[in-house]
Design a protein around this ligand. Structure first.
Ligand code: ADP
Length: 406
């Protein structure tokens, strides 16, 4: 089954094509036949397209600034030139889309119908940077051929199992009735790493109590019991919870009203401050990229050290807050850019949990580790580094949904 995955970010378009021949070993990700990315941040107005397939790598400057034409050009590289891997686009059996916000309606991947599109559209006010891009990608495929089935895989779906007491904010109930609640995000990643963890430690997922730390540019932590999300740090929007690259994470909400009154800021200005100017960037005044902040810290920069200290403390606070609802912990799981690649951050996080009997194997932690347990043999909690594979997780869900239909 040829599955095209389209992952539309606010200023990027990542895509890959998988060919799943047999359902066996479906949890072991194969290499995609073809991979492409368009990045609209590198080249001012125009996107930069990079494609990899057949051992070839090509790069194009796109002379277009809109996603639909960009996707059309990108998909031509699947059927033409050095990166050609299939004869015609209609050989694609299904297209899977990562959709950031599915509200509370969708608890699993869903075939895209006009109704599903209408829901994605309705939710634009809750995900203004993402849901419009998803609709554009869906419509790009419709323009190529309306008959190719399309599937939406929602980042919110995994969190629909969170119980009401963790989902509903303690503000007047009428706002919950209007849709203000914890939705949670990074669900595709948290679900995937929980399944991989069960495989790696060779235990049934439905027996496990896990804390999954997705630490990338965006950061979130999820408590997963018996394969289900029971709490997560992101909330109504991806701003809540941990300190992130440029996002503040949770702050006293009265700071917002204070700033509005003191400086006359409007909602857009507050959004800009909390989403784009805070986090590692806001404190270090150097970068929202952790590598830059760690380098400055090593060189003795005091604000960079403070930024890292706050970042770590926030993660430790959230991990601690997840323990009572899990009533125990079998494994602490690290994933995404920081979680997979930064031994120093993993070490700093773990050192405060010594009292739980959680013991990091320092040598294993400092070496390249992927899909491995980096705890000592006598640690009472396993510590895993798992490479998140959101695109593969989307492809798998498409495979399952198509198979269940045939
Ligand atoms: P996104 O959330 O955009 O998908 P990623 O998961 O790619 O982001 O994570 C990006 C973050 O990972 C950046 O802050 C980057 O600095 C960090 N990162 C990547 N490699 C390393 C590394 N070796 N050490 C520390 N941080 C790293």
């Amino acid at each position: 089954m040829k599955i095209l995955v389209l992952n539309a970010g606010s200023s990027t378009q990542k895509s890959c094509l998988y060919d799943i021949i047999s359902p066996k070993n479906i949890n072991l990700p194969p290499s995609p036949l073809w991979e492409a990315t368009i990045d609209w941040t590198l080249n001012n107005r125009y996107g930069l397209l990079k494609v990899e397939a057949n051992g070839e790598k090509i790069t194009h400057d796109l002379s277009v600034d809109n996603r639909q034409t960009g996707i059309k050009t990108m998909l031509e590289t699947i059927i033409d030139g050095k990166t050609k891997v299939i004869k015609k686009l209609t050989d694609i059996n299904v297209v899977g889309h990562r959709v950031v916000h599915g509200g509370n309606k969708y608890s699993q991947a869903t075939i895209i119908t006009p109704e599903v599109k209408a829901v994605i559209k309705e939710l634009i006010p809750l995900a203004p940077n993402h849901n419009p891009s998803h609709l554009e990608s869906i419509e790009s495929i419709e323009k190529i051929n309306k008959e190719i089935p399309q599937v939406a895989v929602f980042d919110t779906a995994f969190h629909t199992t969170i119980p009401d007491y963790a989902k509903i904010y303690p503000i007047p109930y009428q706002y919950y009735e209007e849709g203000i609640q914890r939705y949670g995000f990074h669900g595709i990643s948290h679900e995937y790493v929980s399944q991989r963890t069960a495989e790696i430690i060779d235990r049934p997922l439905n027996s496990l109590k896990l804390i999954s730390c997705h630490l990338g540019n965006g950061c979130s932590i999820t408590a997963i019991k018996e394969g289900k999300s029971i709490n997560t740090s992101m909330g109504f929007t991806p701003l809540e919870g941990l300190m992130m690259g440029t996002r503040s994470g949770s702050i006293d909400p009265a700071i917002v009203t204070y700033l509005m009154r003191k400086y006359g800021y409007d909602g857009d200005t507050i959004d800009e401050i909390l989403n784009k100017k805070s986090g590692l960037l806001g404190i270090s005044e150097i970068s929202g990229d952790l590598r830059g902040v760690l380098k400055a810290m090593e060189e003795g920069d005091i604000k960079a050290k403070l930024a890292v200290d706050i970042y770590i403390n926030r993660i430790q606070e959230v991990i601690s807050s997840m323990l009572p609802c899990l009533k125990g912990l079998d494994a602490l799981v690290f994933t995404a850019g920081v979680g997979e690649n930064s031994p120093i951050i993993r070490e700093k996080i773990c050192e405060k949990f010594d009292f739980l009997g959680l013991k990091l194997h320092h040598k294993k932690n400092s070496q390249f580790c992927q899909d491995t347990n980096i705890a000592t043999d006598n640690s009472s909690v396993k510590i895993l580094v798992v490479h998140t594979q959101e695109d593969w997780a989307i492809a798998k869900q498409c495979y399952n949904i198509m198979n269940s239909q045939s």
